[in-house]
Design a protein. Structure first.
Lengths: 194, 630
């Protein structure tokens, strides 16, 4: 879903006459954090069913990754859209935190994703997700929104994901349409000052 | 629809000034506004707590709630602009209503909560209490609409096209509540309404209400048939429409800007200025706020043009226009190019002292600003002369204000240019020769009465004589004295247009005849307005039949609203009318007339001047009579 959103933003950005040049000027504070977090997350996915210790700690690890991610977003909140991404991640984080580190998924919404998926979900071993039950807190913040045709992919997402995507959309639109202009004007004023 | 409806309603109630003014005096207090806001907010929040239920919704319902809230946020962002003015409205009410018809009040209230919270977070420029007020208002509107829908037999969850009554009723309730809440708010909060009540605007808003109503039914059917796709279609459609309308709006604004602005300087043009002036003037009059008008004239612009050429002259005008714009930035002043090298500044809420200090500072700044070619003008620097006139209670139309500012400007020019003058009666008195000339001209005009109505001729002459004597006694500036005397001579000139039969009729006048007689003040004004130098006399001619208690004609002004000189002239005029023989009334002696004037003090006449006039008559006439008698 996140990648779909970014792709869509790029397409619309081109459509509105933006360019990728702006992306080059993107300056993020603590930008190095991002790939590392992604790497750790992938490692946990791969290893949690093989190494039992990581499996036990995975919930706590996810929470820690989320917290670092949130700090990173907060540090960059002056960029347009980042505060919205922050809000989205916070929503996801919140529902995971109150449910022991796992994202609750609605079984009804996930029906069409396939039997194996549902089984894995119910067994509690599928990635960072778990099924919504009567004991789940704040179920409406979980993965309850089914995406199905005409949307090209089948997926279940949460409201936090949607908000996150809106933020990413705003940020990419800003980079593609206004990112370069800023540099140009600052050069010009320097020139005039002399 | 909250904020956008607010704007729309503001436009309507802007127009309902008359009713509003009545309330203003009673309700103009911050406390009422606060009390009202707190009351509505409490009411709304209590209703919300009563109706809200987070657990009643299934997860599927929550998906619906998210989607509905998302659509509402989109629609609030993409408003529909109506080109004639910058009215805009949002279609969010259509979604709320459709959701209420189909899914009931619980779910709709949750949608309202989510979209309100997000609006609160991302429209941080809007004061938080406005968000809360909006939320509460919507709560009450929705609950009201819901129960009226149920009451009239509507069923939640299906579209019943055989019984449209409950839909209609609940729609009407929804919008009536909206209008009522906003109306009360505007009445209490005391915003200034411009213009008069305008059916066009009302019609416009009714149309936009209707569009929303019908769309809510359309959306209900769409949602029922194809839940998400229906909503998607609706939202996309409205967003696209919003784009299209926005283009129209820009086009319209562009054109109207061009019509209102002066091409060269980018300031407002003469026509727009006049329009704004008369609007602001009525506002200042109603609200009793200070209000100033300044006329600026570039000094020796003709010489500058002659030496540097017209192209350079245009550049100077442009430059000066930019300067004025820059200096008035951030104020509520309206700057216009009044004529060739004449500029005008409208200063609402400004006293003449403030206006003077502002303009004098501006003048010095202009003096210090170099512009190519100023070496060739006498002062060797850029300069302007300026006249300021402040609105006073006695100023009765905007033309008079312009005239005063113009006179002050002339005086400033006469004082050697490059200075700022505030209008003052003392400064503009005519010299003896001009006064004599004016007097002669007016006498010539009056002579026409010799053949038509000799009574009016003699009456005018006598009033002139009394005015001459009375003005000596009054503490008036020279110019005011001259104005009173000239005005007394010419005050009945409009009677030229009244048929002789009516003027000399012995019986009581028929209503239509009386209407004709009443018109003589207006005709007189028109006759005098032909010559610019008599502009000062116009108030005397037009208003000498106004009464102190407001029951006179032509405007029904009262007390201080009537110019001082017109009040004085009214006394003299009436005194002579009482004491002279007329075909239709018995003559009074001077003593009886004095009694009569005393009686009418505070009703027809200004008590202070009436008393002074009586004193003057007793001194100048009655003593002599007694003398003669003994």
């Amino acid at each position: 879903m996140v990648y779909d959103g970014i792709l869509l933003s790029l397409l619309i950005g081109f459509f509105r006459g933006g360019s990728l040049k702006g992306l080059a000027y993107m300056k993020l504070r603590g930008g190095w954090l991002f790939p590392i977090l992604l790497g750790i997350e992938v490692c946990i996915f791969l290893l949690q069913n093989k190494v039992s210790m990581i499996g036990e700690l995975s919930n706590a690890l996810f929470i820690i990754i989320y917290v670092i991610g949130l700090v990173f977003l907060w540090m960059n909140r002056h960029h347009p859209g980042f505060i919205v991404i922050f809000a989205g991640v916070l929503l996801n984080f919140f529902v995971m935190a109150v449910n022991g580190g796992r994202m609750p998924v609605s079984i009804e919404a996930a029906q069409f994703l396939g039997r194996e998926y549902i089984e894995a979900l119910k067994a509690g071993v599928y990635g960072k997700h778990e099924a919504i039950t009567g004991a789940t807190w704040l179920p409406f913040l979980g993965d309850i929104i089914p995406l199905s045709p005409p949307y090209p992919r089948r997926q279940v997402i949460s409201i936090g994901d949607v908000v996150m995507n809106v933020g990413a959309f705003i940020f990419i639109q800003h980079l593609m349409l206004h990112g370069t202009n800023k540099e140009a004007t600052s050069v010009q004023t320097l020139h005039e000052g002399r | 629809m909250g904020k956008s409806f607010l704007v729309l309603l503001l436009k309507i109630f802007y127009k309902m000034r008359v009713v509003y003014m009545f309330f203003l005096t009673y309700l103009r207090s911050k406390n009422y506004v606060k009390a009202y806001l707190v009351m509505i907010c409490l009411l709304g929040i209590v209703t919300f707590i009563w109706k809200v239920n987070f657990r009643a919704q299934s997860l599927e319902d929550w998906v619906l709630i998210y989607v509905l809230s998302g659509s509402i946020l989109l629609l609030n962002n993409f408003l529909i602009h109506l080109p004639p003015k910058d009215n805009s409205f949002s279609m969010d009410s259509a979604i709320y209503l459709a959701s209420m018809f189909l899914y009931g009040i619980d779910l709709t209230i949750n949608v309202l909560l989510i979209s309100s919270v997000i609006e609160l977070m991302y429209k941080r420029k809007m004061a938080w209490w406005k968000h809360v007020f909006n939320f509460s208002m919507y709560c009450l509107m929705l609950v009201g609409a819901y129960y009226s829908f149920i009451l009239f037999g509507g069923t939640i969850g299906k579209v019943n096209t055989y019984n449209l009554l409950p839909y209609m009723i609940s729609l009407v309730v929804y919008f009536s509540l909206n209008i009522a809440f906003m109306l009360i708010f505007f009445f209490i909060s005391g915003q200034i309404f411009k213009g008069t009540f305008d059916m066009g605007v009302l019609f416009e808003s009714v149309v936009s209400y209707f569009v929303t109503l019908l769309l809510s039914l359309v959306l209900t059917i769409l949602l029922k048939e194809q839940r998400y796709f229906g909503l998607f279609l609706f939202t996309v459609l409205v967003v696209l429409l919003s784009f299209a309308f926005r283009k129209f709006l820009y086009l319209y604004q562009d054109i109207s800007e061009r019509a209102n602005k002066d091409h060269l300087t980018g300031l407002y043009n003469h026509g727009f200025f006049k329009e704004t002036l008369s609007e602001q003037f009525t506002d200042a009059k109603k609200l009793k706020q200070p209000f100033c008008l300044a006329l600026l004239d570039l000094d020796d612009f003709k010489k500058y043009n002659d030496r540097n050429g017209h192209l350079q002259g245009d550049r100077l005008l442009q430059f000066f226009g930019d300067l004025l714009k820059l200096e008035t930035k951030g104020t509520n002043y309206v700057v216009a190019r009044y004529g060739g090298e004449e500029f005008a500044i409208l200063m609402p809420n400004t006293t003449k002292k403030e206006a003077f200090s502002f303009l004098d500072r501006l003048r010095k700044k202009v003096n210090d600003t170099y512009f190519a070619g100023v070496e060739h003008v006498p002062y060797r620097c850029l300069s302007f002369s300026c006249g300021i006139a402040e609105y006073e209670k006695e100023t009765y139309d905007s033309g008079e204000l312009i005239h005063k500012a113009d006179q002050a400007l002339y005086y400033a020019k006469a004082q050697g240019k490059n200075n700022v003058q505030v209008y003052d009666d003392k400064n503009i008195s005519l010299d003896a020769i001009t006064f004599k000339e004016d007097l002669d001209t007016l006498e010539q005009q009056l002579k026409i009465f010799l053949s038509k109505d000799v009574y009016t001729y003699r009456h005018s002459k006598r009033v002139f004589k009394y005015a001459l004597e009375f003005s000596e006694k009054l503490n008036l500036a020279d110019h005011e004295k001259q104005t009173l005397i000239l005005g007394a001579l010419i005050h009945d000139i409009g009677k030229i247009e009244v048929p002789r039969d009516i003027l000399n009729k012995e019986e009581k006048l028929a209503p239509h005849e009386w209407e004709i007689v009443k018109k003589h003040v207006t005709w007189g004004k028109e006759i005098l307005a032909v010559e610019k130098r008599f502009d000062d006399l116009i108030p005397l001619v037009e208003l000498h039949h106004e009464r102190y208690d407001g029951k006179g004609y032509p405007h029904g002004l009262k007390e201080e609203e009537i110019p001082k000189l017109a009040r004085i002239l009214c006394i003299i005029d009436s005194f002579d009318a009482m004491t002279t023989e007329r075909p239709y009334q018995p003559t009074k002696t001077f003593e009886e007339a004095i009694e009569e004037i005393r009686c009418c003090e505070g009703k027809q006449f200004d008590p202070i001047y009436a008393e002074m006039f009586i004193e003057m008559i007793e001194e100048n006439y009655l003593k002599k009579h007694r003398f003669a008698a003994t």
